[in-house]
Design a binder for this molecule. Structure first.
Ligand code: PEP
Ligand code: CO
Length: 444
């Protein structure tokens, strides 16, 4: 049972690109091994403690961002708007529930994508599928679709720059609770959902005025002026993840230093596969998607393998059944984990089980299904006396038209083409995400 950052190489692996140029691949990996870590082990340990609070019902996770980050859409505004949206949603949830919110971006490294097919066919031409900007290019031509190892270097530097900006936003004043009005994004400000948010902001202003009178200000109380937004991605491309896996000098334990939290996708969670082998050895808090094909005894075995010491706050199970399936498929899994007394944090990904394809060929998700799956998740936990620990969302701070429905933002199938910008799966826009946060706030 010995483990090393490269022991996954002895196991069957899925969803990997075929690199033709092995020499360049090796050069890139050798270079990445010498690059600085993007996070510190101590930060990952702190996130684990936050997860332990979630397991006790004292905190709630809001994890969100793009399905796939892209090189082309990389700019400060997009990052800033997602940051503000996460803060807004956190305020809504924290204000109503009194729980602290653990903020996690699906960003600064969310580049590699599992695909349902290895090939894509268009007008009789068959090419390798797009696998995310860290691997190949989305353009439909043979050269673009070749896996290029140099893309890992670019992804690393984009992740580093994104992380740098997040740290600046978190500590430099933007996250100050005196700035709550500033977080309201321009295109929602005058909309009913933006105004609903304004009402909470005004209450917070009053609370801040009161705290100031009592002597607590953002100058003398860091908790009022700064926050932490953790980073996460699906650790799919294992050669890249291996190169950024480092031994922590304080604890002598291995950490993946490319993000605070990593998760295993629903397509690569085979108990005897390479991804589970890699994940069992790292000490970061980790996630694992739990989709409709998961069986209760399989899940118990998987949890025991991924969290052998039954550590609290180590493992997040991210349920993604689909609105139609969750009521039937989730309770037996929850019961099995509860029965085996395994410590896990449960969150809900209401995105990946609710994908539809329109007649025009757009991948979309209906807001009603997303809402319904989240509600079921809460209801089931109430019934079993367990903790609904958070949400895992594909969302953006931009005004896109990718998911249909929602009272605040009634996008129809015909509207999808107007601002459909995603590189992969359809995301909630800021109005829809905020509306979802209000709905969550009514469910505690
Ligand atoms: C994802 O989170 O983008 C994803 C591919 O999810 P899943 O592994 O649940 O299908
Ligand atoms: Co996705």
């Amino acid at each position: 049972m010995s483990w090393s950052p490269s022991s996954w190489r002895e196991f069957p692996i899925k969803q990997q690109p075929e690199y033709k140029d092995k020499e360049t691949l090796q050069k890139v990996l050798d270079a990445l091994k010498t690059y600085p870590p993007l996070i510190f082990a101590g930060e990952a340990r702190r996130l684990k403690q936050e997860f332990a609070k979630v397991a006790r019902g004292e905190a709630f996770i809001i994890q969100g961002g793009d399905c796939a980050e892209s090189f082309a859409a990389f700019n400060a505004d997009t990052i800033k708007n997602l940051f503000k949206l996460i803060l807004q949603m956190s305020v809504v949830v924290a204000y109503s529930s009194g729980k602290s919110v653990v903020k996690i971006g699906r960003l600064a490294g969310q580049f590699a994508k599992p695909r349902s097919s290895d090939f894509e066919e268009k007008d009789g031409v068959k090419l390798p599928s797009y696998r995310g900007d860290i691997i190949n290019d989305i353009a439909f031509d043979a050269k673009a679709r070749e896996a290029d190892p140099n893309r890992m270097i670019r992804a690393y530097f984009q992740a580093a720059a994104t992380m740098n900006l997040l740290r600046a936003f978190s500590r430099g004043g933007l996250a100050d609770l005196n700035q709550v009005h500033q977080w309201n994004l321009d295109f929602i400000k005058n909309h009913p959902i933006g105004q609903k948010y304004e009402e909470i902001s005004c209450q917070i202003d009053k609370a801040m005025r009161f705290l100031k009178a009592a002597g607590l200000t953002s100058e003398n109380t860091p908790q009022l002026r700064q926050t932490t937004v953790y980073t996460s991605h699906e650790a799919l491309l294992l050669p890249y993840e291996e190169a950024l896996t480092r031994l922590d000098s304080i604890t002598n334990e291995w950490y993946n230093t490319s993000a605070h939290m990593l998760w295993i996708g629903d397509r690569t969670r085979d108990i005897n596969g390479a991804h589970v082998e890699y994940f069992r050895g790292i000490h970061n808090p980790i996630g694992c998607k739990v989709g409709p094909s998961m069986q209760p005894d399989e899940l118990v075995e998987l949890v025991q393998k991924l969290n052998p010491n039954n550590e609290k706050g180590k493992l997040n199970l991210i349920v993604r059944m689909g609105a139609k399936n969750i009521d039937a498929l989730f309770p037996p899994l929850l019961e099995a984990v509860k029965e085996a007394k395994l410590n896990v944090v449960w969150t809900i990904d209401p995105m990946h089980g609710n994908v539809e394809k329109t007649q025009d060929g757009f991948k979309t998700r209906d807001f009603e299904n997303i809402l319904s799956e989240v509600k079921s998740f809460f209801t089931i936990h109430k019934k079993y006396g367990t903790i609904a620990g958070g949400v895992h969302l594909e969302m953006t701070g931009e005004d896109v038209t990718e998911c249909t429905g929602s009272a605040s933002c009634p996008i129809t199938v015909d509207d999808l083409s107007s601002r459909y910008h995603t590189q992969c799966d359809p995301r909630l826009n800021a109005k829809q995400a905020l509306e979802l946060a209000f709905m969550i706030s009514e469910n505690f």
